[in-house]
Design a protein around this ligand. Structure first.
Ligand code: PMV
Length: 362
């Protein structure tokens, strides 16, 4: 599909006022997206687990404006409090998507949003937040164009979410999502995420992700800046090739239930992401001493017990601990005994693989 196919034909229906509400999860990349071209085109394909517990709930109510123009009119509330400091981000999202959802110039929107995870947990809410908003917009578009297929609905929701935040394109569906073109993944696209189309071994269908909150503060370097630093990065081309190869490797790992292969691939991806940060100019470090403490404890415990737990990281210091359901009792005990001490205020979030965005009653 091309971008043009997401530009709608004039609508026959009109709606004066309406509301929609969606809950959309966060996701954790197994193969990382780090580096992009305009507009939000990834330099390499990425694959993620959709999460279940970490979600954004968003409702969107709209009323027809008296003067229709290209100006965007909206109010945004976070946990029922008006948040004008969120406006610039939404405004630039609306500008970016306007061509594909021209009706947004005709309405005033009230956006009400809240997260199921604590506000200052160091967990980025852009993937869940942008995908929830994209789903609300698509619900509205479907009323204007009732002939829309479910397939188009999901693709366009992911397409719009991507324009808000790249990784948000992977939060629409579950349980595994691919974003970015790859020859071995039929239907894959740089424009939107798709449900992982190949066979997945049972062991990966109930994976756990416990997020160990090492530092709940704002990170010093935004992912926007990080992506930018991949331009002229000395290792960029090699990294993009490596991610492409890793996608091919992951296909057989997922099919065969190869837990050892999974551990090696996922940990290597996490450390490579941070290696890109360590070797960019300017360089930066997002891991904290406790991030490394946790990684070392995981390695020691894995060696002692032979259990199949591994870690991944996103662009921050928190550690995502991934493990299969049938080993969860022993891993929980390990977390409580050995890892909690390295979490800020002892906080961690128990999450697991999930199934994507869900519509809520308004
Ligand atoms: O979606 P962004 O622009 O916040 O980038 C996310 C990048 C990583 O979380 C580090 C990796 C990924 O693929 O999710």
């Amino acid at each position: 599909m091309t971008e043009k196919e997401f530009i709608p034909h004039p609508y026959l229906k009109t709606i004066q006022s309406k509301g929609y509400s969606w809950s959309s999860p966060s996701n954790i990349a197994l193969i990382k997206y780090w580096g992009k071209r305009p507009v939000q085109i990834p330099e390499n394909p990425s694959i993620s687990f959709t999460l279940d517990a970490c979600k954004t709930n968003t409702s969107l109510t709209l009323s027809e404006k008296t003067a229709k123009n290209d100006l965007h009119s909206f109010d945004i509330f976070f946990e029922n409090e008006q948040k004008d400091n969120f406006k610039p981000k939404i405004e630039s999202f609306f500008k970016r998507i306007h061509e594909y959802v021209p009706y947004i110039g005709d309405y005033h929107f009230t956006i009400n949003t809240s997260n199921t995870f604590p506000h200052s947990s160091g967990i980025a809410s852009s993937a869940s937040g942008m995908s929830a908003l994209a789903m609300c917009l698509m619900s509205f578009e479907r009323e204007l164009n009732p002939d829309m297929t479910d397939e188009f609905f999901m693709k366009k929701a992911s397409f719009l979410a991507r324009l808000g935040s790249g990784s948000a394109s992977r939060s629409i569906e579950g349980e595994l999502v691919v974003w970015g073109e790859h020859q071995a993944i039929p239907g894959s696209s740089d424009l939107f995420g798709i449900k992982y189309p190949h066979e997945v071994h049972e062991v990966f269908k109930s994976y756990h992700d416990t997020i160990l909150l090492v530092d709940k503060g704002e990170k010093q370097v935004s992912s926007t800046m990080g992506h930018q630093l991949m331009h002229n990065h000395p290792f960029a081309d090699k990294r993009f090739d490596q991610a492409y190869t890793h996608v091919s490797d992951l296909i057989s790992i997922l099919k065969n239930g190869d837990l050892q292969g999974f551990i090696e691939l996922v940990e290597s991806e996490a450390l490579t992401l941070h290696a890109m940060m360590l070797t960019s100019r300017p360089y930066f470090v997002l891991m904290k001493p406790n991030t490394l403490e946790i990684i070392n404890r995981i390695w020691e415990f894995r060696k002692e017990t032979g259990l199949h737990l591994c870690f991944t990281l996103d662009a921050g210091s928190n550690v995502h601990l991934l493990y299969p359901e049938h080993q969860s009792t022993q891993v929980y005990e390990f977390i409580k005994r050995d890892l909690v001490a390295f979490c800020q205020n002892g906080h961690y979030i128990c999450d697991r693989i999930g199934f994507g965005a869900k519509q809520l009653p308004i």
